[in-house]
Design a protein around this ligand. Structure first.
Ligand code: NAD
Ligand code: ZN
Length: 341
């Protein structure tokens, strides 16, 4: 089969020919139809320090996918050949206290497809049947291929009650934009999204009914005054990994405000803890998706009017992956989807 692998410790990914994976008794084999390119894949492409430390050479990368089940392991009785599906890319153990309590997303032994294990940028993917998420007809393959990052957005957005609340999202990358759409869908009052990249803010306004703010040229306080927000935002979602964005969020929050942080700063970043203490702010770190509650909620929302399709700005044939990665690396795109035919 064709696949994209990290065959050399340098910038890039390379198309390779690999055997179709053999499945175990509890696995399924998925024929991949569409995949999404993630920020993580860009780290792997760029071969930055994190990637060089984490990703084994020769690995087939990619973890955002939709496809069709073409083979079942002999113990798999609750899935069928031909079933369209996406799936959770975090492979969890069953032995940790967290897993045994059903908090699968908190398992410390999690391994990621396309990061630690063979990934989804390939014509076929082996996946434990446990990780499969069947797709209803209402969710087509390209939306199925971005459920992983939508799940990050949903997990973050549902961390705190948003009904009637004023919400600040810092970072209008694909995940911040989808989180804005979710906040709107579940009934937030004002949803303000910040970035320093005008293209991203423009895209955010196309995807959801939000107030886009370019913090490089606009003062967030002016926007708050315009929206008649006397005290500040009730809930913040940090989706940029940028220190200045987090500082700005802490300043812009009400007393007793709540922050969910998904964005990953590049290194240790200084935090003004006394500000957080005196404002009595609650902070929650968010990792991955809740397995499988986030999947349940996002599919239910997609079936009931949540529309994030416009966040997909570019589509390429898998063979043209170099173009897809180039667009994604330019910062001028939303989600980029590859078609495996
Ligand atoms: P992205 O890099 O595409 O988007 C980040 C955006 O933040 C960019 O548009 C950038 O211009 C913007 N930004 C930079 N400085 C800013 C500032 N001062 N104020 C406001 N915005 C600013 O990332 P993404 O794919 O949308 O993911 C969002 C974040 O979530 C990333 O940091 C990513 O690493 C992280 N992430 C975390 C998890 C997790 O499990 N915790 C999973 C996926 C992604
Ligand atoms: Zn991803």
């Amino acid at each position: 089969m064709k696949a994209l692998a990290k065959t050399r410790p340098e910038v890039g990914l390379w198309q390779v020919t690999r055997p179709v994976p053999e499945i175990g008794p509890d696995d399924v084999l998925i024929r991949i139809r569409k995949t999404g390119i993630c920020g993580t894949d860009i780290h792997i492409w760029n071969w930055d320090d994190w990637a060089a430390r984490t990703v084994p050479l020769d690995l087939v990368t990619g973890h955002e996918f939709a496809g069709e089940i073409v083979e079942l392991g002999r113990n798999v009785t609750d899935l069928a050949i031909g079933q369209r599906c996406s799936g959770e890319g975090h492979l969890i153990g069953r032995h940790s206290r967290q897993s045994r309590a059903g908090k699968f997303h908190l398992d410390p032994e999690t391994r990621g497809i396309g990061v630690n294990e063979q990934g989804a940028f390939a014509q076929y993917l082996r996946l434990p049947a446990f990780n499969v998420v069947p797709l209803p007809d209402a969710i087509d393959d390209e939306i199925g291929a971005i459920l992983d990052p939508l799940g990050n957005a949903v997990h973050t957005a549902l961390s705190f009650d948003l009904v009637g609340e004023d919400v600040l999202i810092t970072g209008a990358g694909p995940i911040g934009i989808m989180a804005a759409a979710v906040a709107r869908h579940v009934g937030a009052r004002h949803v303000v999204i910040t970035d320093v990249n005008p293209a991203r803010l423009e895209l955010a306004a196309q995807v959801a009914d939000v107030v886009p703010v370019n913090v490089a040229t606009e003062d967030l306080r002016d926007v708050q005054a315009r929206l008649k927000m006397t005290q500040g935002f009730d809930v913040g979602m940090e989706m940029s990994g940028n220190q200045r964005a987090l500082d700005q969020m802490v300043e812009a929050l009400v007393m007793g405000g709540r922050i969910a942080i998904l964005g990953i700063p590049p290194g240790k970043s200084p935090v003004d803890w006394s500000r957080i203490v005196f404002k009595a702010i609650t902070i929650k770190g968010v990792y991955g998706r809740e397995i499988f509650e986030t999947w349940y909620k996002m599919i239910a929302m997609l079936e009931n009017g949540l529309d994030i399709r416009k966040v997909i700005t570019h589509r390429f044939k898998a063979g043209d992956f170099v173009d897809g990665f180039e667009v994604m690396r330019s910062g001028q795109s939303g989600k980029v989807v590859l078609d495996w035919g």
